[in-house]
Design a protein around this ligand. Structure first.
Ligand SMILES: Cc1cc2nc3c(=O)[nH]c(=O)nc-3n(C[C@H](O)[C@H](O)[C@H](O)COP(=O)(O)OP(=O)(O)OC[C@H]3O[C@@H](n4cnc5c(N)ncnc54)[C@H](O)[C@@H]3O)c2cc1C
Length: 456
């Protein structure tokens, strides 16, 4: 067993002196995230630049049985990159090369540290006809971190969640093997996920427990010339499923969101339907808007003519949705995301409001359609004062109760924090757990990859 200073020396030899540390002042920021999780101690932080460096770090950690936690932007809010059992946080941000943009097969081959803001900006500058699937998270979130948690964004109503848009991965396994998954395992093109056994899924929503992704290929999409947002207002929760079904069956919407919040005041008392239409000309857009207005009218929704200022905020990519939400002194904010079936959305909103009020938090709820009405991601947001332990505890209780609610209604908490993962595991088919454990212990027999997460 190596001593701490020997481990540090080994890490420095791999990545260089400037990119490995165990100084308290460097570790501090990695021991927490912007959400409501308790801070937890970190032993080392390392920032590799190449796949080979990741491989060397992995071999060292495996030999010495040191936990490894891969980290992108660290923005899930649910503490997924705060080590549970100490060890090394592998911060991927220096692996930030955009390796290839394939305009014909429409994919980007990138390193795992490329941020959503970086890829968006690069495409806007160099390939203005193409757009990447990105979340409404701050632009320092990485593409890898987002696709690896089944993220979603402004293209998801039309094309599905971002995990489904992965064409290929290069991963470093816990034994140090570098492994290619997807078409790139066979071909020089990273253009498709199959047709070979699909092992990419193992790396999605497993929260860094299977290995470290060093490269990935993500699908890109054509950008239309015009994009417009059309707001509808509903008064009654039970009208939600019908209006969403009517909107999606037109096939005209690129993105559909719902919002319900008591602040700012103008939003109180309504459910906002926020639908995006796209087209190649203003006439095309206008005709789509007409269709949506008709649907709103027939579905007991009111079309809302929106002030330019608000409209423009909603046309931003990413939408800075949090700008409209309630803030508390101290700036804390976390939400339960939960994937829900459409039939349970009205009940989920009703009970979500009850939970927020019970804990004295301004109700702030939203949702996004994933692949039509196949799947709805809901957001139950809770703000808190980070400097007030009681307020933090209050938010944690609200989050916990909401996780339970999602499961009770037949949904599944998304990017769940440790406690939420345990609630999911309690409900999970025992043979699913058995299979997952068998795969995990084969790939990672010493349990070095983000241990504590998904622990059966
Ligand atoms: C204001 C706000 C709005 C948001 N809106 C959205 C939204 O609209 N849609 C959405 O999907 N999300 C949203 N999020 C959630 C989250 O921020 C994003 O999904 C974000 O993209 C996660 O990326 P990240 O780089 O921060 O991932 P991280 O938090 O760094 O990592 C996420 C998980 O992936 C693992 N991981 C990261 N990199 C690797 C790697 N290279 N190899 C193996 N495992 C790895 C980590 O261990 C962790 O388990 C929002 C967050 C905030 C704060």
């Amino acid at each position: 067993m190596l001593k701490k200073d020997e481990i540090l020396r080994n890490l420095e030899e791999i990545v260089g002196k400037d990119f490995a540390s165990n100084k308290l002042e460097d570790l501090f920021i990695y021991s927490q995230d912007p959400g409501a999780s308790e801070p937890r101690p970190v032993d080392f932080i390392v920032m590799p630049k190449t796949t080979e460096e990741v491989q060397e770090i992995m071999k060292l950690a495996n030999k010495e049985t040191i936990p490894l936690v891969p980290m992108g932007g660290g923005l899930t809010l649910s503490g997924l990159i705060i080590p549970v059992k100490g060890g090394i946080v592998v911060d991927m941000k220096r692996m930030d090369k955009i390796i290839e943009i394939n305009e014909l097969s429409q994919y980007a081959l990138i390193e795992a540290g490329v941020t959503t803001g970086q890829l968006l900006f690069y495409l806007n500058e160099n390939y203005p006809k193409l757009q990447p699937p990105i979340p409404d998270a701050p632009p320092s979130a990485t593409i890898a971190g987002n696709v690896l948690i089944h993220g979603s964004g402004y293209l998801s109503q039309k094309y599905g969640d971002h995990g489904a848009m992965i064409n290929g991965l290069e991963v470093v396994l816990p034994n140090g093997d570098i492994c290619k998954l997807g078409s790139c395992a066979v071909s020089k093109y990273w253009f498709a996920r199959g047709p070979i056994p699909d092992l990419i899924g193992l790396f999605i929503s497993s929260f860094g427990t299977m290995g470290i992704i060093t490269k990935l290929s993500i699908q890109l999409f054509n950008k239309t010339r015009f994009r417009e947002v059309v707001f509808g207002l509903l008064k009654d929760l039970k009208d939600i499923p019908n209006v969403l079904l009517r909107l999606t069956e037109t096939g005209l919407a690129e993105d559909i969101l719902l919002g319900m919040q008591d602040k700012p005041d103008w939003m109180k008392g309504y459910i906002f339907v926020i639908a995006y239409v796209t087209g190649e000309s203003q006439e095309e857009i206008d005709s789509h808007i007409k269709v949506f207005k008709r649907i709103y009218r027939k579905s007991k929704a009111r079309y809302m003519k929106t002030p330019e200022r608000i409209k423009n905020a909603y046309l931003e990519k990413p939408i800075f949705a949090a700008a409209a939400a309630d803030y508390r002194k101290g700036g804390g904010f976390e939400y339960v995301g939960a994937n829900m079936p459409l039939e349970q959305i009205p009940e989920a909103y009703r009970r979500g409001v009850e939970i927020a009020k019970k804990y004295g938090i301004v109700p702030t709820l939203g949702s996004r359609l994933i692949g039509g009405t196949h799947n709805i991601v809901m957001f139950f947001s809770y703000s808190f004062n980070r400097a007030d332990p009681k307020d933090l505890e209050n938010a944690r209780n609200a989050l916990h109760e909401t996780n339970k609610l999602a499961l009770e209604l037949g949904g599944i908490p998304w990017k769940a924090e440790l406690v939420g993962q345990q609630l999911i595991l309690e409900k999970m088919d025992p043979n699913y757990k058995k299979l997952f454990n068998a795969i995990r212990s084969t790939i990672d027999p010493k349990g070095i990859m983000n241990p504590g997460n998904w622990e059966v």
